[in-house]
Every structure is written in structure tokens, then in C-alpha cells.
Write a protein that binds this ligand. Structure first.
Ligand code: UD1
Ligand code: UDP
Length: 365
């Protein structure tokens, strides 16, 4: 019973690390295919090193390209490996092009597909991520839904109940496994000269926000208004996509925004934990802010993480400056004692248990 894990980007490495650890603990035979979608050291290698993950068995080195070219090259490379490897189940996580490619390559061969973090929906079909996750969910044999809400979305699309397992989100496993370590080991606060609770954290990298000048410059104006009103400096660990757009559009960062390189996981966890407010368009950051009890404002019109809104940990602001300022005010003024809706940190073990026991059951029948 062999499992092949396909991953390619920063959030997949972080959220699949607990799954890889569970395979190691259970002596479960597995291999890892890295598509090479993320290749810069600080989006990739740093996480393998810090999370003590074994080097991937394969790296396709696909890199950056248009959606079709990038996804197509990944499918070709993954198929070649799966044909050699004799694997039973391919696991993918999330909603990137690497997920789309892993799902398509595996389903055309004699492999089952398990989608970790199934059933997330923003209902915004403009987003590449929404298309990827819908295709993955409608193809996969195992749908590992993080919450009952995501299970409901899947059932509403007619997906059969027998395929769905509510497991929680492996991001909780990742936070639990690294939170203490971050508090002990990270020197980010002192190195950046920050005080606990005395600064804000900004991440913005989504195509719909940074690939056009207007939303990107509005978003920055909104951050500037919040910074001014509350006297907060915002730290911006900038994703390479956003960094190149900033240059291309000749945009200047507001005075209250301090740009820093992408951070490793322990430093970033520490920077999140100690932030007074998080402004983000990231999926994973919305979840982690909610788990860590830090108020979050999402710089998008929709979210596929509605649980964070329901528990009161997050507000949707879009990119209009006054909406961002008002959402920041509402989040700062309320209490921050919400419940974590994403499970108890045993999600990765549940995924591996399910994949191995259901297969054993079906083989012995
Ligand atoms: C991808 C995902 C997005 C996810 C993000 C996580 C898709 C469609 N998008 O977006 O959902 O939130 O990863 O961070 O899969 N680049 C580098 N170094 C790298 C990788 C990229 O410099 O290691 C730069 C390149 O200029 C590239 C650009 O970033 O053109 C975008 O990379 P790409 O993989 O297309 O998408 P992301 O924006 O990273
Ligand atoms: N992250 C990190 N360093 C950073 C920014 C983010 O380690 O400088 C982590 C963050 O803790 C979360 C994940 O990266 O676990 C989110 O990835 P990203 O925002 O790139 O993608 P998304 O979740 O939006 O797909």
C-alpha cells in the first residue's frame, strides 16, 4: 500500500509536513513528488530544512510559466513517475496548479486520489484557486474536508457522502507542532526590533490583488490609513509575485509599511502570534490568525474560509481603503476569544488512517 504525495508550493509543504511525519511514524511506505512550482530558497528549501522533511524523491523543476504550460508540464512529469512507481493513492493538498496536475495525472492512471483540504469554496470563479479545487474535489476518491461547512459544500454539489471524511485542517497540526518551537527559537521580534502586540503584519500576493495596479495601490492605501489611525507599523514579508508587480507598476510602499523578505515558518509563526492585527489575502494566514487568536482582516471580497468569519476571527474588507480601515477598527475593538473551528491537530493522522484502512478493507472484501 504505497502513498505518493504531490506538492509544489510553500503552503503545501507546510500543510503536508504533518502528513509526511505521520507516514514516517507509521512506517507507511510513501514517496514525495515536488513539482518545482516554488523553487526560490525562501519559498521552498527553507521549509524542508526547518520542518526536518526528507528531500523529495523527485523534483520536476517545472518552475514559473502560464497556467497551461506549468500545469501541463507537471502532468507529464507526474504521469511518468506514477507509471514507474506502482502507487495506490496519490495525496494532494489545497488548490494550486500542483494540486490540479497531481489530481489529473493520478486519476487517468490506476491510482486513487485523496484531496486534503477538500470542499473549500469562495464561489468566485475568477480565482484560479477556485477552479483548481472544484476540479480536484470532483475527481478525488477521498475528500478530506476540514470542517462540517466544507463537507456541506461538497454534498451540495452532489458529491457522495461515502467519499467525504471530516478530518480538521492539517494547518492546526502544523501550528501545534511548531508554535512552542517558534516561541523558543525565533529571534524575529528582537532582530526586527518589534514589541509584542505593537505592530501589524501584512501579506498580499494573490493574483487578483497584485496583478493589477488599481487593487494593489488601493490595498496599500488602506493599510496606510490603518497604520496612521492606530500608529501601527506593518511588516510586509513580500511574495516574489507581489515584489515584481510593485516594481512593474512603480508603486511606492506607504511609510508605515516595512518590506522584508519571505520568512521561514518559525519566524513567521512568531510574527503572527505577536502581531496586534493581521491584514492578508492568504488562505493559510486567515486560518493561522484564527488559530493563534490574532484579529484578521482579509483583503478580498470573498473567502473560502467562512468558518473564520462565523467565529468572529476575521472580516472581509476587499481592497477599498475605507472598508479596510473600518474592518480593522471592528476587529481591534472586539474581544479575541473565539474558538478554533479547524480541528484538534490530529488531522494528518486521520488522513493516513483513512487512506490505509479503507484500502485494506476493500482489498480484503
Ligand atoms: C501560487 C498559487 C497560489 C498560492 C501561492 C502560495 C496557483 C495558481 N497559485 O501562487 O494559490 O497562494 O502559490 O504562495 O497555483 N516566483 C518566484 N519564486 C518561486 C515561485 C514563484 O520568484 O519560487 C515568482 C515568479 O515570478 C512567478 C510568480 O512568482 O512568475 C508567481 O508564481 P506562481 O507559481 O505562478 O504562483 P504564485 O503567485 O506563487
Ligand atoms: N508563510 C511563511 N512565511 C511568510 C509568509 C507565509 O512561512 O513569509 C506561511 C504561513 O504561515 C502559511 C503559509 O505560508 O502557513 C501560507 O502560504 P501563502 O500565503 O503563500 O499561500 P496561501 O495559503 O494563500 O495559498
Amino acid at each position: 500500500n504505497h502513498i505518493t504525495i504531490v506538492l509544489g508550493t510553500r503552503p503545501e509543504i507546510i500543510k503536508l509536513a504533518p502528513v509526511i511525519r505521520a507516514c514516517e511514524e507509521y512506517d507507511q511506505p510513501y514517496s514525495v513528488i515536488h513539482t518545482g512550482q516554488h523553487y526560490s530558497e525562501n519559498l521552498n528549501k527553507v521549509f524542508f530544512d526547518q520542518l526536518e522533511l526528507p528531500k523529495p524523491d523527485y523534483n520536476l523543476g517545472v518552475g514559473s510559466a502560464s497556467h497551461g504550460k506549468q500545469t501541463g508540464e507537471m502532468i507529464i512529469g507526474i504521469e511518468e513517475i506514477l507509471l514507474e512507481e506502482n502507487t495506490d493513492v496519490v495525496l494532494v493538498q489545497g488548490d494550486t496548479n500542483s494540486v490540479l496536475a497531481g489530481t489529473i495525472a493520478a486519476t487517468k492512471l490506476d491510482c486513487e486520489v485523496g484531496h486534503v483540504e477538500a470542499g473549500l469554496r469562495s464561489f468566485d470563479r475568477e480565482m484560479p484557486e477556485e477552479k483548481n479545487r472544484v476540479i480536484a474535489d470532483h475527481t478525488a476518491d477521498y475528500l478530506f474536508a476540514p470542517t462540517e461547512q466544507s463537507e456541506k459544500f461538497l454534498l451540495e454539489e452532489g458529491l457522495p457522502e461515502e467519499r467525504i471524511y471530516v478530518t480538521g485542517n492539517t494547518v492546526v497540526d502544523a501550528v501545534q507542532q511548531n508554535r512552542e518551537l517558534a516561541a523558543q527559537k525565533s529571534a524575529a521580534l528582537s532582530e526586527l526590533n518589534l514589541e509584542d502586540g505593537g505592530y501589524g503584519l501584512l501579506t498580499a500576493h494573490r493574483a487578483e490583488n497584485v496583478d493589477n495596479k488599481e487593487p494593489f495601490s488601493n490595498l496599500l492605501a488602506g493599510v496606510a490609513q490603518v497604520g496612521k489611525r492606530y500608529g501601527l507599523e506593518f511588516l510586509y514579508p513580500i511574495h516574489p509575485r507581489a515584489r515584481s508587480r510593485l516594481k512593474e507598476f512603480d508603486l511606492e510602499l506607504p511609510e508605515c509599511v516595512r518590506m522584508i523578505p519571505p520568512q521561514d515558518y518559525l519566524d513567521f509563526l512568531q510574527l503572527q502570534s505577536s502581531a496586534g492585527l493581521i491584514l492578508t489575502d492568504s488562505g493559510g494566514v486567515q486560518e493561522e490568525a484564527c488559530i493563534l487568536g490574532v484579529p484578521c482582516v482579509t483583503l478580498r471580497d470573498s473567502t473560502e474560509r467562512p468558518e473564520t468569519l462565523d467565529v468572529g476571527a476575521n472580516r472581509l474588507a476587499g481592497t477599498e481603503p475605507h472598508e479596510i480601515e473600518e474592518s480593522a477598527r471592528l476587529m481591534l475593538e472586539k474581544s479575541h476569544d473565539w474558538e478554533n473551528p479547524f480541528g484538534d491537530g490530529t488531522s494528518a493522522i486521520k488522513v493516513i488512517d483513512k487512506v490505509t484502512t479503507r484500502r485494506t478493507e476493500s482489498v480484503s472484501q
